[in-house]
Design a protein around this ligand. Structure first.
Ligand code: MRU
Length: 360
């Protein structure tokens, strides 16, 4: 049995209502480990937008805490006015990034708590909101662990898993989603390897996934994104596990740009492709993946990544940050409630059908 790993904590709340958010600045990893102290909602917004905190569940946790920071200094005892302020802060945070549904799911929870506690004093409403933000964090931590338990069996002894982007502790409030499956298999003493796609353009695989897995003592090999096809062809990959940013009711799953390509490669080489995600990543209001909003990011993340110009400086770029893998390419979705396999609308509904239809 391997040691129970100490996972990095992407962010956490420190203290009471007058406390703050401690958050790793992931843009600096792996070179520097800097934990920022955040006291205001604008800095949370900025951290989400510039990917200091990233990964769908971690964005949701950050949003909940951001709401607390954004409303705690509101003065007066007009409770309806306070609810209006909560809604205003939620609307603001909702514009930070569009694809990860966990953001809207968490903001929806915060709004509902505010509306439901309108009979309380404003101070008590603030305390309720803090409790909800911390609950969102703790629930995510528990969901990650359950995802690990549900999914660990898919990794065979001596096998090699390919992953894309970072769906680890850094991306969640706990031990990750795709990486939770690996951490759990490792805890159980299974021996296996991981290939990490570097994940252009922001290199979450190279910078974050390798860093996490090496710290945990898991055998990891970094590959360029364009090596995945060859690695599969020569038999180096037994299965793929990725995370997701939003999953539609039929199981179509949005994740980091390049994931769809990996899924197509996996199908072509008869390699099983799994997605690991908590129920908070499902958007049951969307019938299929075509309806998922896809973030487009700045051309300079491609042209001059990490400050080095690697193309003509004014070349046109097309920069979607996510793509959608159709359900037919996904062997199973590993959730905290169990495995969804085969991935069909009926199977999704059987596991998650009780979830509310719409977020926000
Ligand atoms: O742009 P990012 O780094 O936020 O993208 C993250 C991903 O695509 C992750 O795979 C996804 O959010 C799942 S994290 C558990």
């Amino acid at each position: 049995m391997a040691e129970h790993a100490e996972h990095a904590r992407a962010l956490y709340w420190v203290g009471g209502l007058d406390g703050h958010v401690a958050m790793i600045d992931q843009t600096l990893l792996p070179g520097e480990f800097v934990e920022m102290r955040i006291d205001d909602v604008e800095t949370v917004f900025d951290a989400i937008r510039r990917l200091a905190v990233r990964g769908a569940p971690a964005i949701g946790v950050a949003a909940g805490m951001g709401v607390v920071l954004g409303v705690r200094d509101w003065s007066g005892d007009d409770r309806d006015g306070f609810v209006a302020r909560v809604e205003q802060v939620c609307d603001y945070l909702a514009t930070s990034r569009p694809t990860a549904v966990n953001l809207f799911w968490a903001l929806d929870r915060m709004k509902r708590v505010a509306r439901a506690s309108v009979e309380l004093s404003v101070l008590d409403m603030k305390e309720r909101l803090l409790a909800e933000a911390i609950a969102i964090h703790h629930e995510d931590e528990a969901m990650c662990r359950s995802i690990g338990d549900v999914g660990e069996h898919v990794i065979p002894e001596g096998g090699t898993v390919l992953t894309h982007c970072n769906a680890g502790a850094l991306a969640t409030g706990g031990m990750g989603t795709a990486l939770a499956v690996m951490y759990r298999a490792h805890e159980l003493g299974r021996s296996f390897g991981v290939y990490a796609d570097e994940t252009r353009p922001l290199l979450q695989g190279a910078r974050l996934t390798t860093w996490e897995l090496m710290r945990a003592g898991i055998d990891v090999t970094l590959i360029c994104d364009n090596t995945a096809a060859h690695a599969m062809k020569v038999g180096r990959i037994d299965l793929v596990i990725t995370g997701a940013d939003r999953i539609a009711a039929n199981g179509d799953a949005a994740n980091k740009i390049g994931t769809y390509g990996v899924a197509l490669l996996a199908a072509a080489h008869d390699v099983p492709f799994y997605v690991a995600a908590p129920s908070s990543t499902f958007d049951m209001a969307l019938a299929c993946g075509d309806e998922i909003p896809i973030e487009e990011r700045s051309a300079d993340e491609v042209r001059r990544g990490f400050g080095t110009l690697t193309s003509p400086e004014d070349v046109k770029c097309y920069c979607p940050a996510f793509d959608v893998t159709p359900a037919r390419l996904i062997k199973g979705i590993i959730t905290e409630r169990g495995m969804i396999e085969p991935v069909t609308a009926d199977a999704v509904s059987a596991v998650l059908g009780d979830l509310a239809g719409a977020v926000n």
